[in-house]
Design a protein around this ligand. Structure first.
Ligand SMILES: C[S@@+](CC[C@H](N)C(=O)[O-])C[C@H]1O[C@@H](n2cnc3c(N)ncnc32)[C@H](O)[C@@H]1O
Ligand SMILES: O=c1cc(-c2ccc(O)cc2)oc2c(O)c(O)ccc12
Length: 238
Protein backbone atom coordinates (compact mmCIF):
# COMPACT_ATOMS: atom_id res chain seq x y z
CA UNK A 1 0.00 0.00 0.00
CA UNK A 2 1.48 3.37 -0.95
CA UNK A 3 2.30 5.70 1.95
CA UNK A 4 -0.35 8.42 2.27
CA UNK A 5 0.25 11.23 4.77
CA UNK A 6 -3.41 11.63 5.65
CA UNK A 7 -5.31 8.33 5.32
CA UNK A 8 -8.61 10.07 6.18
CA UNK A 9 -8.82 11.28 2.55
CA UNK A 10 -9.71 7.67 1.68
CA UNK A 11 -12.58 7.42 4.17
CA UNK A 12 -15.78 6.11 2.61
CA UNK A 13 -18.81 8.21 1.99
CA UNK A 14 -21.98 6.47 3.20
CA UNK A 15 -23.58 4.03 0.76
CA UNK A 16 -27.00 4.05 2.40
CA UNK A 17 -29.35 7.05 2.32
CA UNK A 18 -28.03 8.52 5.52
CA UNK A 19 -25.32 8.21 8.08
CA UNK A 20 -28.11 7.90 10.67
CA UNK A 21 -29.44 4.76 8.94
CA UNK A 22 -25.96 3.19 8.93
CA UNK A 23 -25.60 4.09 12.62
CA UNK A 24 -29.04 2.61 13.33
CA UNK A 25 -28.14 -0.72 11.66
CA UNK A 26 -24.80 -0.96 13.43
CA UNK A 27 -26.12 0.03 16.85
CA UNK A 28 -29.36 -1.98 16.86
CA UNK A 29 -28.45 -5.12 14.90
CA UNK A 30 -24.70 -5.51 14.59
CA UNK A 31 -22.76 -4.34 17.66
CA UNK A 32 -25.11 -5.99 20.21
CA UNK A 33 -24.41 -9.38 18.56
CA UNK A 34 -20.74 -8.87 17.76
CA UNK A 35 -18.63 -11.54 19.52
CA UNK A 36 -16.27 -10.11 22.17
CA UNK A 37 -13.01 -10.99 20.29
CA UNK A 38 -14.22 -9.11 17.19
CA UNK A 39 -15.23 -6.13 19.31
CA UNK A 40 -11.71 -6.13 20.75
CA UNK A 41 -10.19 -6.14 17.25
CA UNK A 42 -12.54 -3.40 16.04
CA UNK A 43 -11.45 -1.26 18.98
CA UNK A 44 -7.79 -1.85 18.02
CA UNK A 45 -8.68 -0.69 14.48
CA UNK A 46 -10.24 2.48 15.89
CA UNK A 47 -6.77 3.43 17.17
CA UNK A 48 -5.05 2.61 13.84
CA UNK A 49 -4.70 5.41 11.23
CA UNK A 50 -5.77 2.94 8.50
CA UNK A 51 -8.37 1.18 10.69
CA UNK A 52 -11.25 2.31 8.46
CA UNK A 53 -10.15 -0.07 5.66
CA UNK A 54 -11.15 -3.05 7.78
CA UNK A 55 -14.25 -4.95 6.61
CA UNK A 56 -17.41 -3.25 7.96
CA UNK A 57 -19.00 -5.10 10.88
CA UNK A 58 -22.39 -5.28 9.08
CA UNK A 59 -20.77 -6.96 6.04
CA UNK A 60 -18.92 -9.25 8.43
CA UNK A 61 -22.19 -10.19 10.13
CA UNK A 62 -23.63 -11.27 6.76
CA UNK A 63 -20.45 -13.22 6.06
CA UNK A 64 -20.76 -15.01 9.41
CA UNK A 65 -24.23 -16.17 8.40
CA UNK A 66 -22.94 -17.47 5.03
CA UNK A 67 -20.07 -19.28 6.77
CA UNK A 68 -22.43 -20.92 9.27
CA UNK A 69 -24.64 -22.13 6.40
CA UNK A 70 -21.71 -23.41 4.30
CA UNK A 71 -19.65 -24.91 7.17
CA UNK A 72 -16.44 -24.66 5.08
CA UNK A 73 -13.32 -26.67 6.01
CA UNK A 74 -10.90 -25.15 3.50
CA UNK A 75 -10.98 -21.38 3.04
CA UNK A 76 -8.76 -18.63 1.69
CA UNK A 77 -8.54 -14.90 2.44
CA UNK A 78 -6.79 -12.33 0.26
CA UNK A 79 -6.16 -9.09 2.21
CA UNK A 80 -5.88 -9.52 5.98
CA UNK A 81 -4.80 -6.14 7.46
CA UNK A 82 -5.22 -6.47 11.28
CA UNK A 83 -7.49 -9.49 10.85
CA UNK A 84 -11.11 -8.47 11.52
CA UNK A 85 -12.53 -10.55 8.62
CA UNK A 86 -9.96 -13.27 9.30
CA UNK A 87 -10.99 -13.60 12.96
CA UNK A 88 -14.65 -13.50 11.89
CA UNK A 89 -13.98 -16.42 9.51
CA UNK A 90 -11.94 -18.34 12.07
CA UNK A 91 -14.79 -18.01 14.59
CA UNK A 92 -17.41 -19.27 12.15
CA UNK A 93 -15.76 -22.30 10.51
CA UNK A 94 -15.52 -25.73 12.18
CA UNK A 95 -12.78 -26.49 14.76
CA UNK A 96 -10.76 -28.41 12.11
CA UNK A 97 -11.37 -25.77 9.41
CA UNK A 98 -8.38 -24.00 7.84
CA UNK A 99 -7.78 -20.53 6.40
CA UNK A 100 -4.94 -19.70 4.01
CA UNK A 101 -4.57 -15.98 4.74
CA UNK A 102 -2.46 -13.88 2.36
CA UNK A 103 -1.27 -10.32 2.81
CA UNK A 104 1.66 -8.46 1.30
CA UNK A 105 2.42 -6.95 4.71
CA UNK A 106 2.53 -8.77 8.07
CA UNK A 107 2.89 -5.68 10.24
CA UNK A 108 -0.86 -5.02 10.65
CA UNK A 109 -1.58 -8.75 11.18
CA UNK A 110 0.81 -8.73 14.14
CA UNK A 111 -1.32 -6.02 15.77
CA UNK A 112 -4.43 -8.23 15.61
CA UNK A 113 -2.70 -11.52 16.38
CA UNK A 114 -3.00 -11.30 20.21
CA UNK A 115 -6.81 -10.97 19.85
CA UNK A 116 -6.84 -13.98 17.48
CA UNK A 117 -4.74 -16.03 19.93
CA UNK A 118 -6.94 -14.99 22.85
CA UNK A 119 -10.00 -16.20 20.89
CA UNK A 120 -8.35 -19.65 20.60
CA UNK A 121 -8.55 -19.87 16.79
CA UNK A 122 -4.93 -19.27 15.69
CA UNK A 123 -4.52 -23.01 14.88
CA UNK A 124 -6.96 -22.55 11.96
CA UNK A 125 -4.80 -19.88 10.27
CA UNK A 126 -1.89 -20.26 7.88
CA UNK A 127 -0.71 -16.66 7.34
CA UNK A 128 1.42 -16.06 4.24
CA UNK A 129 3.22 -12.74 3.86
CA UNK A 130 3.33 -12.20 0.10
CA UNK A 131 1.69 -10.57 -2.86
CA UNK A 132 -1.38 -12.74 -3.48
CA UNK A 133 -1.11 -13.47 -7.23
CA UNK A 134 2.09 -15.58 -7.07
CA UNK A 135 0.66 -17.57 -4.14
CA UNK A 136 -2.58 -18.28 -6.02
CA UNK A 137 -0.55 -19.30 -9.08
CA UNK A 138 1.59 -21.57 -6.90
CA UNK A 139 -1.53 -23.20 -5.42
CA UNK A 140 -2.79 -23.83 -8.95
CA UNK A 141 0.43 -25.63 -9.89
CA UNK A 142 -0.76 -28.52 -7.70
CA UNK A 143 -3.81 -30.11 -9.38
CA UNK A 144 -4.95 -31.36 -5.96
CA UNK A 145 -5.81 -27.75 -5.05
CA UNK A 146 -8.15 -27.28 -8.01
CA UNK A 147 -11.77 -27.17 -6.83
CA UNK A 148 -10.65 -27.91 -3.27
CA UNK A 149 -11.57 -24.68 -1.42
CA UNK A 150 -15.06 -24.12 -0.03
CA UNK A 151 -14.90 -20.38 0.60
CA UNK A 152 -12.83 -17.34 -0.42
CA UNK A 153 -12.91 -13.77 0.88
CA UNK A 154 -11.21 -11.10 -1.20
CA UNK A 155 -10.41 -7.67 0.24
CA UNK A 156 -6.97 -6.64 -1.09
CA UNK A 157 -5.95 -4.29 -3.93
CA UNK A 158 -9.14 -3.65 -5.89
CA UNK A 159 -7.24 -3.29 -9.19
CA UNK A 160 -6.44 -7.03 -9.06
CA UNK A 161 -9.93 -8.36 -8.24
CA UNK A 162 -10.44 -9.67 -11.80
CA UNK A 163 -7.02 -11.38 -11.67
CA UNK A 164 -7.86 -12.91 -8.28
CA UNK A 165 -11.23 -14.06 -9.59
CA UNK A 166 -9.67 -15.87 -12.59
CA UNK A 167 -7.46 -17.88 -10.23
CA UNK A 168 -9.89 -18.37 -7.34
CA UNK A 169 -12.69 -19.65 -9.59
CA UNK A 170 -10.39 -22.62 -10.34
CA UNK A 171 -9.47 -23.16 -6.69
CA UNK A 172 -13.06 -23.03 -5.38
CA UNK A 173 -15.25 -26.11 -5.70
CA UNK A 174 -18.58 -26.00 -7.52
CA UNK A 175 -21.08 -24.85 -4.90
CA UNK A 176 -18.37 -22.92 -3.04
CA UNK A 177 -18.55 -19.17 -2.35
CA UNK A 178 -16.33 -16.26 -3.39
CA UNK A 179 -17.09 -13.06 -1.47
CA UNK A 180 -15.64 -9.73 -2.65
CA UNK A 181 -15.59 -6.61 -0.46
CA UNK A 182 -15.81 -2.93 -1.57
CA UNK A 183 -17.61 -3.58 -4.85
CA UNK A 184 -19.63 -0.36 -4.47
CA UNK A 185 -16.51 1.58 -3.42
CA UNK A 186 -18.21 4.05 -1.10
CA UNK A 187 -21.01 4.55 -3.64
CA UNK A 188 -18.57 6.14 -6.10
CA UNK A 189 -19.25 3.46 -8.76
CA UNK A 190 -22.26 5.51 -9.88
CA UNK A 191 -20.65 8.95 -9.63
CA UNK A 192 -19.55 10.78 -12.78
CA UNK A 193 -15.78 10.27 -13.01
CA UNK A 194 -14.97 13.98 -12.71
CA UNK A 195 -16.71 14.12 -9.30
CA UNK A 196 -14.63 11.24 -7.93
CA UNK A 197 -11.56 12.44 -5.99
CA UNK A 198 -8.40 11.61 -7.95
CA UNK A 199 -6.93 9.36 -5.23
CA UNK A 200 -10.01 7.08 -5.20
CA UNK A 201 -10.54 6.90 -9.00
CA UNK A 202 -8.48 3.80 -9.63
CA UNK A 203 -10.43 1.85 -6.97
CA UNK A 204 -13.72 3.14 -8.38
CA UNK A 205 -12.81 2.18 -11.96
CA UNK A 206 -11.60 -1.23 -10.81
CA UNK A 207 -14.91 -1.85 -8.99
CA UNK A 208 -16.90 -0.84 -12.10
CA UNK A 209 -14.87 -3.21 -14.32
CA UNK A 210 -15.10 -6.00 -11.76
CA UNK A 211 -18.90 -5.65 -11.41
CA UNK A 212 -19.30 -5.84 -15.23
CA UNK A 213 -17.05 -8.90 -15.40
CA UNK A 214 -18.93 -10.80 -12.69
CA UNK A 215 -22.32 -9.92 -14.17
CA UNK A 216 -21.16 -11.55 -17.44
CA UNK A 217 -19.50 -14.56 -15.81
CA UNK A 218 -21.74 -17.59 -16.32
CA UNK A 219 -19.51 -19.68 -14.00
CA UNK A 220 -21.08 -17.94 -11.00
CA UNK A 221 -24.47 -17.05 -9.59
CA UNK A 222 -24.12 -13.79 -7.71
CA UNK A 223 -25.66 -10.95 -5.76
CA UNK A 224 -24.18 -7.48 -5.39
CA UNK A 225 -25.42 -6.45 -1.95
CA UNK A 226 -25.31 -2.90 -0.58
CA UNK A 227 -24.13 -4.09 2.83
CA UNK A 228 -21.02 -2.40 4.23
CA UNK A 229 -19.04 -1.02 1.29
CA UNK A 230 -20.74 -3.38 -1.19
CA UNK A 231 -20.35 -7.13 -0.80
CA UNK A 232 -20.51 -9.30 -3.94
CA UNK A 233 -21.44 -12.86 -3.09
CA UNK A 234 -20.65 -15.36 -5.87
CA UNK A 235 -21.41 -19.08 -5.94
CA UNK A 236 -19.43 -21.18 -8.38
CA UNK A 237 -21.84 -23.15 -10.56
CA UNK A 238 -19.59 -24.28 -13.44
C1 LIG B 1 -8.69 -3.49 3.10
S1 LIG B 1 -7.33 -4.26 3.78
C2 LIG B 1 -7.99 -5.81 4.33
C3 LIG B 1 -8.94 -5.63 5.47
C4 LIG B 1 -9.29 -6.93 6.20
N1 LIG B 1 -10.10 -7.77 5.38
C5 LIG B 1 -9.96 -6.61 7.51
O1 LIG B 1 -11.10 -7.01 7.77
O2 LIG B 1 -9.31 -5.92 8.32
C6 LIG B 1 -6.41 -4.66 2.37
C7 LIG B 1 -5.16 -5.44 2.65
O3 LIG B 1 -4.69 -5.93 1.39
C8 LIG B 1 -3.29 -5.99 1.44
N2 LIG B 1 -2.78 -6.00 0.05
C9 LIG B 1 -2.70 -4.99 -0.83
N3 LIG B 1 -2.19 -5.41 -1.99
C10 LIG B 1 -1.98 -6.74 -1.85
C11 LIG B 1 -1.47 -7.76 -2.71
N4 LIG B 1 -1.09 -7.49 -3.96
N5 LIG B 1 -1.39 -9.02 -2.25
C12 LIG B 1 -1.76 -9.30 -0.96
N6 LIG B 1 -2.24 -8.39 -0.11
C13 LIG B 1 -2.34 -7.12 -0.54
C14 LIG B 1 -2.88 -4.75 2.22
O4 LIG B 1 -1.59 -4.93 2.79
C15 LIG B 1 -4.03 -4.66 3.26
O5 LIG B 1 -3.63 -5.24 4.49
O1 LIG C 1 -9.63 3.39 1.12
C1 LIG C 1 -9.44 2.17 1.06
C2 LIG C 1 -8.30 1.65 0.45
C3 LIG C 1 -8.14 0.26 0.39
C4 LIG C 1 -6.95 -0.32 -0.22
C5 LIG C 1 -6.03 0.48 -0.89
C6 LIG C 1 -4.89 -0.09 -1.45
C7 LIG C 1 -4.68 -1.46 -1.34
O2 LIG C 1 -3.57 -2.03 -1.88
C8 LIG C 1 -5.60 -2.26 -0.70
C9 LIG C 1 -6.73 -1.67 -0.15
O3 LIG C 1 -9.07 -0.60 0.85
C10 LIG C 1 -10.19 -0.11 1.46
C11 LIG C 1 -11.13 -1.01 1.98
O4 LIG C 1 -10.96 -2.34 1.87
C12 LIG C 1 -12.26 -0.52 2.63
O5 LIG C 1 -13.16 -1.42 3.16
C13 LIG C 1 -12.48 0.84 2.73
C14 LIG C 1 -11.58 1.75 2.22
C15 LIG C 1 -10.41 1.27 1.58
Amino acid sequence: MEKIKDPSIYRNPVILQSEDLTKYILETAVYPREPEPLKELRELNNDHPWGFISTSPDAAQLMALLLKMLNPRKTIEVGVFTGYSLLLTALNIPHDGKITAIDINRKAYDIGLPAIKKAGVEHKIDFIESAALPILDKLLEDPANEGSFDFAFIDADKENYINYHERLIKLIKIGGLLVYDNTLWGGRVCWPEEKVPEHTRSGRNAAIEFNKTITNDSRVEFALTSVGDGLSICRRVA
